[in-house]
Design a binder for this molecule. Structure first.
Ligand SMILES: [Zn+2]
Ligand SMILES: [Zn+2]
Length: 278
């Protein structure tokens, strides 16, 4: 599948694709390149420079140069259209050649400065490293802004970027939700010493950091979810078996949030690196 915002941020290119190495592909030492992968390979090497038939029919033409991620070492892998009518493109993976990703890992290709990079990593690592869309350096300032009653301190904090978010909107969301965690209203909350109200944090389901990319305002009531500290930290830091059910609960609770980007649940999963990788 094609790179999304998290890969654009990580690898610095929009020209890339990733998928899971199947058991069969590992066992046969050959990957069938589909959709985005095939397009990338064909665009890079040129349709007429790809062997039609067996590798042995033209070993020199079949051998293609890749840069191995992350070292940048040059490696050579065979790439052919095994059948005459070119319906499938086959990439041979090989320990000897320097690229034999394990079954179940993510393998990826991307083009950068006219070079084609190839690499692989365990799925968990891939998800953990591809999460730039969620990065928010000013989140703790924003959470204190929501709490803070001291107007002088607010003025000081307000000079920072976090103020692009309106604390009153977050406070309004909390009022509407009767000061309960939107993931599960029975979650226990302590009382804030600043507000004397149950302590909640505000989370923008469509990451606020993407406002620039979309050229849109994401600080909208529909997009602000109030969560207990556990659920909020889990969304940002937990592995997928915990974070995905939380995202699902929030999407079920307020599906209107999808209208903001005219998107689907899959788009939301991508922001959180929770998409099903095919
Ligand atoms: Zn958050
Ligand atoms: Zn909660």
């Amino acid at each position: 599948m094609e790179f999304n915002i998290n890969q654009f941020l990580k690898f610095g290119t929009k020209d890339g694709s990733y998928s899971i190495v199947t058991e069969r592909e590992y066992y046969d030492s050959q990957i069938t390149a589909t959709d985005a992968e095939a397009e990338l390979l064909i665009n890079h090497f040129g349709l007429s420079n790809i062997t039609v038939g067996k590798v042995a029919s033209n070993p020199r033409l079949s051998k293609k140069e890749f840069l191995l991620y992350p070292s940048g070492q040059k490696i050579y892998l065979n790439l052919v259209f095994p059948k005459n009518n070119k319906p499938e493109l086959r990439l041979y993976i090989s320990q000897t050649a320097g690229f034999k990703p394990e079954s179940g890992t993510v393998w990826f290709l991307f083009k950068l400065q006219n070079k084609l990079w190839i690499g692989s990593m365990p799925e968990n690592q891939w998800r953990a490293e591809n999460i730039g869309a969620l990065e928010d350096d000013s989140d703790s300032i924003y959470q204190s802004l929501i709490q803070e009653k001291d107007e002088i301190k607010i003025a000081k904090l307000a000079s920072k970027e976090a103020f692009t978010r309106d604390r009153k909107l977050a406070q309004h969301r909390m009022t509407v939700e009767d000061y309960r965690c939107e993931c599960n209203p029975s979650h226990e909350l302590f009382i804030s010493k600043y507000t004397n109200l149950p302590y909640l944090e505000a989370h923008h389901l469509i990451p606020i950091s993407l406002q620039k990319q979309y050229n849109k305002n994401f600080d909208l009531l529909d997009n602000i979810f109030c969560l207990c500290p556990f659920c909020h930290r889990a969304i940002h830091f937990s592995e997928q078996s915990t974070s995905r059910p939380i995202i699902d609960t929030l999407l079920d609770k307020r599906p209107e949030v999808l209208n903001i980007i005219r998107g689907t649940e899959q788009d939301i999963y991508k922001f959180y690196s929770l998409e099903t990788i095919i």
